[in-house]
Design a protein around this ligand. Sequence first.
Ligand SMILES: Nc1ncnc2c1ncn2[C@@H]1O[C@H](COP(=O)(O)OP(=O)(O)OP(=O)(O)O)[C@@H](O)[C@H]1O
Length: 227
Amino acid sequence: MIRLKHINKYYKVDEENLHVLKDVNLHIKKGEFVAIMGPSGSGKSTLINLIGFIDQKFEGSYLFEGGSLLGSDDNKLSAIRNQSVGFVFQNFSLIENNTVYENVELPLLYDGYDFGRTHEQVNNILGKVGLSDKLDKHPKQLSGGQQQRVAIARAMVNEPKFIIADEPTGALDSVTSNEIMNLFRELNQQESVTIILVTHNPEMVDYCSRLIEIKDGKIIQDRELVK
Ligand SMILES: Nc1ncnc2c1ncn2[C@@H]1O[C@H](COP(=O)(O)OP(=O)(O)OP(=O)(O)O)[C@@H](O)[C@H]1O
């Protein structure tokens, strides 16, 4: 599904070229649950921005489902991003003034759904993340773990091809972190959702099927995890 070949990425800082991804080669298949780990500044965010179609300025080739999106204009790219990737962040990034239902409905509206036609999908995904009784609540009325469940429902509601979760448990206590990771594992195993997880926490890697370690912009380890 995702194939990166000889990716190099540079940032220009004060006339200097900072080389942040160095000949990265990567193939992620449908249904994988991949953990990406590495020290701060090693290039993890740069890599997932590229995989998630946020950043297009790189050398090398990115084939998504066999095709390249190189040269696509911003409108096309954001449409593809909305349809193909669900993002989950450490700080949940929910809209405070919207209800749980409205937060989860948003990607469908961006996709062009009419207001009246979102019920089935929104209710269905909120059921899967265990929040059917919280539809009318606002994010502030929920615990951190519940807010992250809303964010996961929002990321999944339009059935994207893959999920990028950037430190999704970084703001949660260990019990809640494990609950969220169990939910990811369930979604991965039961719904075959492909998940790419960035984490600093080695305990979270136990839930994944593959570990990629990155250091100084290079993949230094890439291995399947035995269950
Ligand atoms: N927009 C930018 N302009 C210039 N340099 C950048 C930019 N974004 C990141 N960098 C640099 O690129 C390198 C990789 O950063 P990146 O954010 O990808 O690392 P990371 O592994 O995600 O770190 P962290 O775990 O702290 O989030 C760092 O040296 C960083 O300072």
